[in-house]
Every structure is written in C-alpha cells, then in structure tokens.
Design a protein around this ligand. Structure first.
Ligand SMILES: Nc1nc2c(ncn2[C@@H]2O[C@H](COP(=O)(O)OP(=O)(O)OP(=O)(O)O)[C@@H](O)[C@H]2O)c(=O)[nH]1
Ligand SMILES: [Mg+2]
Length: 633
C-alpha cells in the first residue's frame, strides 16, 4: 500500500511538471508552522504581544477579485408617471370550431366522431395591491381563441385567459359609443405583437399534444381511422345533408318530417332542445361499455357552468348594453383629449385586493358531431351538427378605468402648506418637498405605522386653489382621490409664508369641499349611483354633500416654529387656533376642538406625536360608528 501511495504521489508531481496549470500537490505542514487563520490573507508572521497588524491593501485577497463594473445610472431617474384614468380595449377569444368527422372502419363505420372545439379565453381585471397606478404598457388585451375539435372525439384546447392587473380602488365603466370614437390609436401594432407571441407558444404546445395523441390512439386501441382526411369527412357530411335537404327535411314550424317511404309523420319533439333532452334521458343513450363515448354531451350545461356563476367574481350588469334604459346608470360626459361626447355605464368598483372582474367573456365552442351520434336520426342530426359546429365570437369591450385612491386620511390644503412635509414626517413615503407651489403633481399615499401594528394610510393630494370644485387648477381631479377617505386633514400655513391668511384659507378649503360634493361638476361628468338605490340626481347630490361635510376632520396649523411662543397669557398661536375653530364652525367642517392643533411638520416636528394619537382616535371612533350603524343599532 505504501508503495502504491508513493507511486501515486510521484505521478501527481510529474503531472504538475508536465502541466503547469494543474494545481500543485498538497504540501504537509505541521500545526505550529501554520499561520493563524484570521491573519492568513495578510501575513504569515506570528504576532508578538503589543505588535500591531499592518495591512497591505495590495496583498489582500480582495485585490485579486474582479473589479465590479461601475453602476450604470438608472435610465428613468424620476418616478414612473402616475396615471389615474385610462381606456382599454379587451377582446375575449372566440370558441374553437367543432369537428365533423366519421369513423371509417369497423363496426363504428360512418358514425360521427368529431370532438367539440375549445372555449375562447376570458379577459379578467384583477386587483393587485402592489400596483400603484394605472400605467400600462399596452391598452389592448386579447385572450386566445379556443382550438379546433379533433377526430375521434378529441376536444379542442381552451383558449388561455388574460388577467390584467390593476390597483385597488379602480372604478370600471363600459364605454357604449366607442365605435364613434377614435380612442385607441396605435393599438394595432401591439395587437400583432401580442398575437405573434401567443402563436409561437401555441405551436410548441401543439407539437407536444400531437405526440400525446398518437400514443393515445395506440394504447386505447380504438377502432378508428386515424388519418381521417378532411375530404372524406366532407363527402360523408354532404351525403347526410343531401338526404336531409331532399324530401326528408324537417318542417320546423309544423314539427313534421317525411320518412323514407314518403309518409309525413309528426315529430316526437317540438324543437331540437326538447329532443336533445329526451335523447339524453332515454335509456338507450345512457351508454355502457363501448357505447359510453357516444353519449351526447350537454353542451350548454357544461359550458355555462364553467363560464358563469363562479363565486367571488363580479359579473356584468344584467342589462344589455344596447338597450340600457335606466337613466340613472347611464351618464354622459366629455372625453377630454378628443372632446367627443361619450356614454358609459358603471360596471364595478374594484375596491378590495385580489378580486377579479370578468370583462370579456370567451366565445362558446362549436359542437363536434360526435354529440349527435345516432344512427336513426343521422340525417336530421347532421344538419344540426353542421349548424352548431360554428363557434361563437369572443366578447369585445371598451372600458374606462378610473383610479380613486383608497386611503384612511386625505390631506387637503393650499399649495406650499406643508402637506408633503407632513406625509414625509409621519410615514416612510418620500414625496418631493420644495418651496414653490404645486411641487406635488400627483396624489401619493404613505402608511403611518404604530407600535402595536395599527396602520393608517394617508394620501397627499396636490394643492387646491380657490375654485377647485369648478375645475380650476385640476382641483376636481385631485379631489376625487379624497372621496373614499374616512377622515380629512385640513392643513394651513400658520405663518403665512406666501402672504396667505390661514383662517381665510380654511374657509376657502371648506367651501371647495362642500361644493365638490354638491354642485356643477357632477352635472357634466360622471357619477356612480349606489347599487339598487332609486334616487334622483338632486337627492344623490345632497347625500354626497352631507357625507363629505360630516366626515370627521382635523385642522392643522403648520409652520408653528415660525410663530414665537408666549410665556404668559394667550399668544399668537392660541389666538390663531381659536379663530380656526370659529372658521371651521362657520363653513360646516366636522371638527372637534381637540382636533385643531399647531404643528411643525417640516422643521421641529412639534405636535406630531399628539397628531398621530388624535388621528388614531378619530379613525377608531369612525370605525366603531360604522360597525354600530352596520349592525343596525
Ligand atoms: N418653517 C417651516 N417650513 C416648513 C414646514 N413644513 C414645510 N415647510 C416648508 O414649506 C415648503 C412647502 O412644503 P411642502 O411640503 O412641499 O408643501 P406642499 O403642501 O406639499 O406643497 P405642494 O406640493 O406644492 O402642494 C417647503 O419649503 C418646506 O420646507 C414647517 O413646519 N416649518
Ligand atoms: Mg407637496
């Protein structure tokens, strides 16, 4: 053994000499000679007490590492644009064609064997809490068509569904007069790209499927003619149809037909569906053993069950789009970019995470002629088979999606009041803060985390100006983001940095909000009426006005650090808060005295602790109240 070991060592050393790239053979070292592990990369010396470690950076192992390439700068340094209203087009897949084919040999000869087509894919909208805006790469969504049915009763492949991810808080409306509008320019290219992608994938799948089919036929040993060519099938079908079209054609109105001897006999069934039900129920077709596969499939039952009535899904309003007579549901408004008038109908409000809405339903597949396998009535049934083998087209819809942020608290204030500074101080959100007006151009949300896990979502809305409720400064567009909040926070600039008067500002803000809920704006634009409530437009407006003004509110006088504290008696600060309270009462803001406070959001952080407590109190009270009202007490 020792000799063997020695020989192998020699071979290793020799090999190293021959090939210098080969790692050298391991050298044996005694434990005393080995350097301490921690020092190995830098030095092999043994340290004496008091001696310092000198590190030569060039000798460190890191110098041998590959240098990291410098970080490339992100292409988009600014955050992605916030989009809160878009139009999309959806088209569900058409059903696959039903196959018409016949067995060619054996006892099954000339018996129909065509399978059903596959269902067309559906298009769904799915709410995803991780999606923040309605920015989408494409605005056309097409689900795949169903595959054709095959011979030997093989069903076509179902078209793949398409799921469009949207943020929570999206209101979906169906545009009715989309044909007159040119909303979707440039969509054709996207469409073609999409189809190319899908077709490529589908071809791959089909290849796999074909292999499986061959196996299936071999294993099952069915008496079928595998290469059932189309021309043969067409010939058989034509024979059958000829028989039908001559004298034995069915008189559908009189429910009679001529038999082979030319006698006019009454039909046993009134229409095809009745006949179909009878056929299904009859003992003859319950099928056993080899006959089982001839059972007609209850096409409508199967397809409808799968396409409709799924739990947890929204569905279209039952009203047909063309004859929507309910004027409450129909609203007319102006489409801004094209200036065209359009009509839309409210479909759903997707305000919960992970819910799906079926927006375009896939077409029903065509029926394969195997469903009509019946020797007695072949001719008659084949006429139906030819008719029913045609699939339905997929539904095509044009939708308007509008995002209304879902936040617990909304910040309302003039530009530069310090809304973004407050959001930034209380949450991890990092909005842009600057001393010029309209720094914030898009609504933004941040979450305030409490130690016990309680959370409050706060929305920073771009600044409002006088006349916002009538649409000045895009105020209305911003105001709709506070529609769903549970509480409002009015924030004013206490120091009047831009020469503003805090008390007057509060009055204007209150007035704007009240008008937003009640007047002009909604007459021209859309409004979603609550489901199942028959109320007039005026009543609905009143309800909204009441609701928005009754919402619990807090009033914050920001930039208090610029107002000196008075050591004795009522100073400027207290006086301001007192006047703010009076102004709130005047304009009808629902705010308790404790909830009017001075803060310094951007500089000292003064008052923010109290604010977070008060916010929580207000929201908890609101939630309890809602629960109590909900339970009917
Ligand atoms: N002195 C002082 N300045 C503040 C305070 N809070 C904010 N500011 C300043 O006020 C200016 C405006 O602050 P923002 O938070 O951007 O105000 P905003 O309300 O979001 O303004 P818009 O986005 O334009 O509507 C900035 O220059 C801030 O530094 C504060 O408590 N004290
Ligand atoms: Mg801002």
């Amino acid at each position: 053994m020792k000799q063997l070991h020695r020989i192998s060592c020699h071979i290793k050393i020799a090999a190293h000499r021959v090939c210098p790239h080969r790692p050298p053979p391991p050298t044996i070292s005694t434990p005393q000679q080995r350097p301490p592990t921690s020092l190995r990369p830098f030095s092999t010396e043994i340290l004496r007490p008091g001696q310092k470690i000198t590190i030569d950076p060039s000798s460190s192992s890191s110098s041998h590492r590959k240098k990291r390439p410098p970080k490339s700068k992100p292409i988009h340094s600014s955050p992605p644009p916030f989009i809160d209203r878009i139009h999309i087009r959806t088209r569900a897949g058409s059903g696959g064609k039903g196959c018409i084919s016949y067995h060619h040999i054996g006892s099954y000869k000339r018996r129909p064997s065509g399978g059903h087509g596959g269902k067309g894919g559906n298009v769904y909208l799915v709410t995803d809490p991780t999606v923040g805006s309605l920015k989408m790469e494409k605005h056309h969504f097409h689900a795949m068509d169903g595959g054709r049915g095959g011979t030997n009763g093989r069903q076509g492949k179902d078209g793949r569904d398409v799921f469009v991810r949207v943020p929570c808080g999206v209101v979906v409306r169906r545009v009715l007069d989309w044909e007159e509008m040119d909303l979707f320019d440039g969509g054709e290219d996207q469409e073609e790209e999409h189809w190319d992608e899908l077709e490529e994938e589908d071809e791959e799948d089909d290849e796999d499927e074909d292999e499986d089919d061959e196996d299936f036929i071999d294993e099952a040993g069915l008496v079928v003619y595998p290469d059932n060519s189309d021309s043969d099938n067409e010939q058989h079908l034509q024979d059958d149809l000829d028989m039908v079209s001559d004298d034995s054609i069915i008189d559908e109105e009189q429910h009679t037909h001529d038999d082979e001897d030319g006698n006019n006999i009454e039909d046993e069934f009134e229409d095809f569906d009745t006949y179909y039900q009878q056929l299904k129920a009859s003992k003859r077709y319950r099928g056993r053993g080899r006959r089982r596969h001839q059972l007609p499939i209850d096409y409508d039952e199967v397809v409808n069950q799968e396409l409709r009535g799924e739990d947890g899904m929204y569905h279209w309003n039952t009203a047909e789009t063309d004859d929507v007579t309910d004027e409450m549901a129909l609203t007319e408004n102006t489409y801004e970019s094209s200036g065209a008038k359009r009509k839309s109908v409210f479909v759903a409000d997707l305000d919960q995470p992970h819910v799906s809405l079926l927006v375009a339903q896939g077409g029903k597949p065509g029926v394969g002629n195997q469903a009509y396998a019946n020797r007695q009535h072949t001719a008659h049934l084949m006429a139906h088979a030819a008719k029913k083998s045609k699939p339905e087209d997929g539904e095509c819809t044009y939708l308007e999606l509008e995002l209304k942020l879902i936040a617990d608290v909304g910040l309302v204030g003039f530009p530069n009041a310090g809304k973004s500074s407050l959001l930034s101080a209380m949450s991890r959100a990092r909005p842009k803060i600057a001393s010029y007006p309209f720094t914030t151009l898009h609504p933004l949300v941040g979450t305030i985390h409490y130690k016990d896990g309680y959370k409050i979502v706060m929305a920073d809305v771009p600044g409002l100006i006088d006349g916002a409720a009538e649409g000045r400064g895009r105020g209305v567009e911003f105001l709709r983001h506070i529609e769903r909040t549970k509480a409002l926070v009015y924030i004013v600039d206490a120091a009047g940095v831009d020469g503003r008067d805090a008390v007057n500002d509060l009055r204007i803000l209150g007035k704007e909000l009240r008008e937003y809920g009640s007047s002009g704006y909604f007459e021209e634009n859309e409004i979603d009426f609550p489901d199942g409530l028959e109320v007039s437009f005026e009543e609905e407006m009143k309800r909204r006005r009441r609701e928005i003004m009754n919402r619990p509110s807090l009033i914050l006088a920001n930039k208090m650090d610029l107002i000196p504290k008075n050591e004795v008696g009522l100073g400027r600060r207290e006086e301001l808060l007192f006047h703010l309270g009076n102004a709130a009462e005047e304009v009808g803001i629902n705010c308790e005295k404790d909830n009017i406070m001075g803060i310094s959001a951007g500089v000292t952080g003064e008052g923010l602790q109290v604010l977070s407590k008060q916010l929580r109190n207000v929201l908890s009270f609101h939630e309890c109240r809602q629960l109590a009202l909900g339970s009917g007490s």
